[in-house]
Design a protein around this ligand. Structure first.
Ligand code: CO
Length: 495
């Protein structure tokens, strides 16, 4: 495949929707330690570690499609590098619901994003059970790899062969099936441990409780919970992600309402019952970290800018302010009950833009600046700088500069000068979240590698692309022996 490096200068679609939609199909096989063939570039000798990725791997059963890919059962891909030579292992997470549905090849649970059981509204009404689909993120905590889905507990996997060990309480930390966010943060800058894993769980209702947990993730007590606090806020809270600084955990509560009636009546999935409320104000919940200097103090609540956020990029402290970069949408993007997710009109959906909130903790106010108005998602910084001021961010973005479209390019932005460079896989390539792995041999912030799982629409298969983080030059492209649908999050673990 030839990648087009030049930037598109017009707004005509530079993609074929069939190429894009062709990624949405079931993953057909599970492989173990399959060596990968390089199709371009050369192996990178200094790579010793594993790239873990999660995403939906089952999108159809017995002729019925999920209503939204976020309802698909989780499938983990692990690409292990030994002195630069990669091999691939992939397995479905053997959740209870996956095993039950696999046996009869039929969906027997409703999906949060609108997948219905067969039999129409009557068969779905009053059925509020859902399955833990373990499809959102995959991380290593202590000696275990965890497949995460935010509304329920994590599934532990064997790090070597990805066999499912089962739902875990993390040694009694979690109650049975207690919610555990799909967006943990690794903090390499704490004085409590050389690596902390900071995460949260939310119990929501008329009041919402955030449980903030910090685990050691290095040394002898790796995997141990060392900090635990709970704070309760008024109102329903929908929190997918958060951000950390040295002393704070920052949550953005979007101004949305949850009207459960259509869900209870069997007409909609639970997430389709979320709706922006223009009369409501979004809020920042800013919780002191118990590993920081404000430990023991109550949270600070500050009005937040309008818009909807799934993902934050990074945050840092500056005097008495918090600077928070996030991907903002004008509204909550939802696939309605009568729409087909494989044939959506991108122009009708809100696009993500990189914006910066400047939160004044003393004045109790916040303001918003736009860093880039090109549609983007899945932005990251050098992981060593999470919680500190970073100069660079990498993200997935559209090939065109204006308007919504599938994510086909990777962009590096200088967060100080706003200079940008990009690499594009248009017209037939479609990118996913770039994972930045710092170089072992350099301390420069932008020296390292970007790992991207790419849907190669020309050959209707998946590629692994490794770019140089500094200049976005292609270093290596591997053709993968499995086809992986457009996925969600992942992480890198050094050997
Ligand atoms: Co996410």
């Amino acid at each position: 495949m030839t990648y087009i490096q030049e930037k598109q200068i017009n707004d005509n679609p530079a993609f074929n929707k069939e190429d894009w939609a062709s990624a949405y199909k079931n993953v057909e096989k599970e492989l173990t330690n399959e060596p990968l063939n390089i199709s371009k570039g050369g192996n990178i000798g200094e790579l010793n570690g594993t790239l873990f990725r999660n995403g939906p791997g089952i999108l159809e059963r017995g002729g019925q499609w999920v209503h939204h890919p976020f309802d698909g059962d989780g499938m983990i891909t692990a690409i292990r590098f030994e002195n630069g030579k990669p091999s691939l292992t992939n397995k479905f997470v053997q959740t209870k619901g996956f095993l039950e549905e696999k046996k009869i090849n039929k969906f027997i649970y409703r999906g949060v994003f609108g997948t219905q059981k067969s039999g129409g509204i009557l068969n779905n009404a009053l059925d509020l059970k859902f399955k833990n689909i373990a499809n959102t993120h995959v991380i290593k905590l202590g000696n275990e790899v965890l497949a995460l889905w935010e509304a329920a507990g994590p599934h532990a996997l064997d790090p070597n062969n990805l066999d499912t060990i089962g739902l875990t309480t993390l040694g009694g930390v979690l109650k049975s099936n207690e919610a555990f966010s799909a967006h943990p943060k690794s903090d390499f800058n704490s004085n409590m441990s050389s690596e902390l894993l900071v995460t949260f769980g939310i119990q929501t209702g008329p009041k919402s409780t955030i449980r903030l947990m910090e685990f050691s993730n290095a040394g002898e007590n790796a995997g141990e919970l060392i900090i635990d606090r709970k704070d309760t806020f008024n109102g329903f809270a929908f929190l997918h992600d958060f951000a950390i600084t040295t002393n704070w955990a920052i949550f953005l509560q979007n101004a949305i309402d949850f009207n459960p009636l259509p869900f209870v009546m069997g007409q909609k999935g639970a997430a389709q019952c979320l709706k922006s409320n223009p009369n409501k104000k979004a809020k920042f919940f800013i919780i002191p970290r118990e590993s920081g200097v404000f430990k023991g103090q109550p949270p600070i609540i500050i009005d937040a800018p309008d818009g909807f956020v799934f993902h934050h990029v990074n945050a840092y402290e500056k005097d008495s302010k918090i600077i928070l970069d996030s991907i903002f949408y004008d509204d909550f993007p939802s696939v309605g009950p009568d729409e087909n997710f494989r044939d959506i009109d991108f122009d009708n959906y809100p696009e993500g833009n990189l914006k910066r909130s400047i939160i004044d903790l003393k004045g109790g106010t916040s303001k918003l600046e736009t860093l880039s108005s090109q549609c983007c998602e899945f932005a990251t910084v050098n992981p060593k700088l999470l919680g500190l001021k970073a100069s660079y961010s990498w993200m997935a973005c559209t090939d065109k500069k204006i308007g919504n479209a599938p994510l086909q390019a990777i962009k590096k932005i200088n967060l100080i000068t706003k200079e940008e460079i990009s690499w594009s896989a248009a017209p037939s390539g479609f990118v996913s979240e770039p994972i930045m792995v710092p170089s072992q041999s350099s301390n420069k912030e932008d020296e390292g590698y970007l790992f991207i799982l790419l849907w190669n629409g020309s050959r209707r298969g998946s590629d692994l692309v490794i770019l140089d983080a500094k200049d976005l030059k292609e270093l290596a492209i591997y053709e993968l022996p499995i086809s992986i649908p457009h996925g969600l999050h992942g992480s890198w673990v050094n050997n």
